[in-house]
Design a protein. Structure first.
Length: 166
């Protein structure tokens, strides 16, 4: 396996929260795996279904953030100090039209690794999962770019929200 994904932060509370996220990733993996076994490739339903969740969550985050479409509001609502510890994030840029974050650890990838998923399966599951973030971006009038991901074997996930043309 060529994917390196080991946490540096290992305090008990962070580990416990990561385990909850791993459990969610396990559900996603098992649902996709069972559908695949029954002849329905996850690529035919998972991206759209997960994006629907992202659109729903994005609408809630816009209300919660009280900043409309500003990515400053998204950062404050979704990428709190707690989330930053869980994913070992570094905020690179944040203004109304840009939010750039580097994730140095991914509990979802860890869950899929624990299940013995191949690197190819992990890349696909990650792409499915990121459809939720793409939905959040869309609800903020933005797009999401992923120049690097841990699931593709990179040392970091570069999460880049930006407003088109900005």
């Amino acid at each position: 396996m060529s994917i390196y994904n080991e946490p540096r932060i290992k305090d008990p509370i962070t580990v416990a929260i990561r385990e909850q996220l791993e459990h969610r990733a396990l559900w996603m993996y098992v649902l996709c795996d069972e559908a695949n076994k029954k002849g329905l490739p996850s690529t035919e339903y998972a991206p759209e279904a997960i994006k629907r969740v992202g659109l729903y969550q994005g609408a809630l985050l816009r209300k919660k953030g009280k900043k409309g479409n500003s990515l400053k509001g998204l950062k404050r609502s979704l990428f709190s100090i707690f989330a930053q510890a869980i994913f070992e994030m570094k905020i690179r840029q944040c203004d109304d039209d840009h939010l750039s974050i580097d994730f140095h650890y991914c509990p979802l990838v860890k869950a899929w690794q624990k299940q013995g998923c191949t690197d190819e399966e992990i890349r696909m599951l990650c792409d499915h999962a990121m459809c939720g973030d793409r939905g959040i971006a869309e609800s903020f009038g933005c797009v999401l770019d992923l120049p690097k991901t841990i699931a593709r074997g990179d040392d970091v996930c570069e999460i880049r929200f930006h407003r088109p043309g900005k």
